[in-house]
Design a protein around this ligand. Structure first.
Ligand code: ATP
Length: 343
């Protein structure tokens, strides 16, 4: 039977359907009405454009039946839980390429950091509201999207004052849920991994740097206007820059990926499947500190639709993350082992 690779029209969806087409699959995208016009421009990549008026329609019988009739495999990306909510994402009737149980972990900052810790991957030191702070910390507000509303502080007093301001202005309701982390000094690096249950192999398919406003602009200012003075840094993502890693870092990056896959098998059964990313700061002693991960395809992979410097080494052909997903599904189907990659 013919399979269709489906996803939400957002985030990395064009890359995903582009890759699916290259591997010979049918494709389906679900789009909101107001973006239909934009996605119609890519009819060469999209066999079925399913138009909805609100993302709430995703978990209705109408949409699920349509996807079922197309024999769909759904690829979850970064916008899925954000748009449809965790309840719908978890109970969605269509099989996912990826790990359903990961949604719940990803929705909870504490569970996330705990998975990295369980994996034995170095993470920033964490503080409670009562701890004395001796170095700069980053204070993360729960549910803040794309780093909006985070702040940097250098003392306990500083943190309490800023949190009480945020409470007064209604941006947060409970200061107990904030995460206070050592602010790691170094350069950011985001690694794109793919774990193949079929080949039993972890591939490093690329890396990127997230370009964030205004933190990445502050270095353009003379130091007297810098972070510790009157300009409040913020971390709003505006895009991604490509990166190749210094060779000596690569074995460690692979080791982190292997540790993560292993830990995920106990924390989110059956463990990670396919794409994931570990998001890090690399210090000047070349220690790599992970402050976040994504258990699915990240937007930084959109840089490499025609392959990355690393994917060429594994495959010697144009292999994006989207195409890699489709290739895995194809191999699983040929081996009669689709159950190893679907949840
Ligand atoms: P989301 O996936 O919700 O958008 P994110 O991937 O942007 O989150 P966050 O943990 O929200 O990651 O961090 C946002 C930004 O803040 C990072 O990209 C990084 O620049 C910076 N940052 C986060 N934690 C630290 C840390 N401990 N030390 C230094 N910088 C940090």
């Amino acid at each position: 039977e013919n399979l269709t690779i489906a996803t939400l029209a957002s985030h990395s969806s064009l890359q995903i359907v582009h890759g699916a087409k290259k591997e010979g699959f049918k494709t389906a995208l679900i789009t909101l009405h107001d973006r239909e016009h934009f996605y119609r421009n890519f009819e060469n990549l999209i066999d079925h454009l399913i138009v909805v008026n609100s993302w709430n329609e995703i978990c209705t019988e109408k949409v699920e039946k349509k996807l079922e009739s197309l024999n769909s495999i759904f690829v979850p990306h970064g916008s899925l839980v954000e748009y449809v909510g965790i309840k719908c994402a978890e109970s969605f009737k269509i099989p996912y390429f990826g790990t359903r149980k990961m949604f719940r972990i990803e929705a909870d900052q504490y569970k996330k950091m705990s998975l990295l810790y369980q994996a034995g991957i170095p993470i920033p030191k964490e503080y409670s509201l009562e701890d004395d702070i001796e170095k700069p910390v980053i204070v993360k507000l729960p549910g803040a999207k794309g780093g909006k509303g985070y702040f940097i502080a250098t003392s306990k007093k500083d943190i309490k004052e800023k949190l009480s301001d945020l409470k007064k202005s209604g941006i947060i309701d409970d200061e107990k849920n904030v995460i206070i982390q050592e602010y790691v000094i170094g350069t950011p690096a985001y690694f794109h991994y793919f774990y193949s249950p079929i080949k039993n192999r972890i591939e490093i398919l690329g890396a990127d740097i997230r370009y964030e406003s205004n933190i990445d602009g502050l270095k353009r200012l003379p130091s007297e206007f810098g972070i510790t003075n009157f300009i409040e840094p913020s971390f709003v993502v505006v895009g991604n820059l490509p990166m190749v890693l210094r060779e000596s870092l690569l074995p460690k990056v692979l080791d982190y990926g292997e540790r993560f896959v292993k830990a995920s098998k106990t924390e989110a059964q059956p463990g990670i499947i396919g794409p994931f990313s570990i998001e890090t700061i690399i210090r000047d002693d070349l220690e790599i500190i992970a402050f976040e991960f994504s258990g699915r395809i990240v937007a930084g992979t959109n840089l490499y639709i025609s392959g990355s410097p690393y994917s060429w080494l594994y495959f010697n052909e144009e292999m994006s993350m989207g195409r890699r997903i489709a290739r895995e599904i194809k191999m699983a189907k040929e081996n009669n082992s689709l159950e190893l990659v679907l949840t």
